[in-house]
Write a new protein. Structure first.
Length: 251
């Protein structure tokens, strides 16, 4: 069984000496992670930070996701079942002309209306055939990541094209889509983490924050930095070594 691992962190502003009724929200997703592929589930895969979050938080035991990427993400962001969003058809494939319907209100749109600063990082996979279907047009102030469902972890390539971008609106409100061509060779899981830290540190602290951190790991292709493979090779059986990507989110 594979699932979308979801971690939601709420950071009260009293930690910063401020008082707001609205909490800061960081939503972290793992992609195609096996149900048992975390230490707190009894796995021999080392995930100490995920285990710590589970121990100190609340583990939801009765919940449902779709068996594929796009339908689950569309439901998570819209709050509606795949039969309502049109994602009963399954994943959006490259060059397909459909996506999350524009009349669906997304979570970042609703939070933005309520005063939140919103940032999307990582995998989108909810439609890109018009600009209006892309994340920076669906409620996110900025988006750093990929539109499609997978990419090379170092090349950031899908079907011969780089799918890594930074989207935002400039000071005049004009939509900007910057292709991140100069980041080739950088491991995307690390890039997403670094961008998340940057977003938290540089945010407008007068507003509550919503950060959607949607990793591609451990979704294929099964690629990991050599030092990490070496670090865990003696602990993980050869039959499940590709799942070492779970560890990349756990540093």
């Amino acid at each position: 069984m594979k699932l979308l691992l979801l971690t939601v962190l709420l950071f009260p502003d009293y930690l910063e000496g401020k008082t707001h009724k609205q909490p800061n929200i960081v939503m972290i997703l793992a992609d195609d992670m096996g149900y048992q592929d975390a230490g707190f589930r009894g796995s021999n895969i080392l995930t100490p930070n995920i285990d710590k979050l589970a121990k100190e938080g609340v583990i939801l035991e009765n919940h449902y996701v779709m068996p594929q990427c796009s339908p689950t993400r569309a439901s998570l962001l819209s709050g509606r079942h795949a039969i309502r969003t049109g994602f009963w058809m399954g994943n959006i494939k490259p060059f397909e002309e459909w996506g999350l319907k524009l009349n669906e209100t997304t979570l970042p749109e609703m939070l933005s209306r309520n005063g939140y600063e919103t940032h999307g990082i990582g995998k989108w996979h909810c439609g890109m055939y018009t600009w209006d279907h892309t994340p920076a047009k669906r409620g996110f102030d900025t988006f750093f990541g990929l539109y499609l469902g997978a990419q090379g972890y170092y090349s950031h390539d899908r079907l011969g094209h780089v799918d890594l971008r930074y989207d935002y609106h400039d000071k005049n409100g004009k939509f900007v889509d910057d292709a991140m061509l100069d980041l080739e060779g950088n491991y995307s899981t690390y890039l997403f983490t670094e961008q998340a830290v940057k977003s938290i540190k540089t945010r407008d602290k007068s507003k509550p924050l919503f950060l959607y951190l949607s990793y591609t790991a451990p979704h294929q292709p099964n690629t990991a930095p050599a030092d990490q493979v070496k670090r865990f090779s003696s602990h993980i059986p050869k039959s499940i070594k590709p799942r070492i990507l779970v560890r990349k989110k756990d540093r």
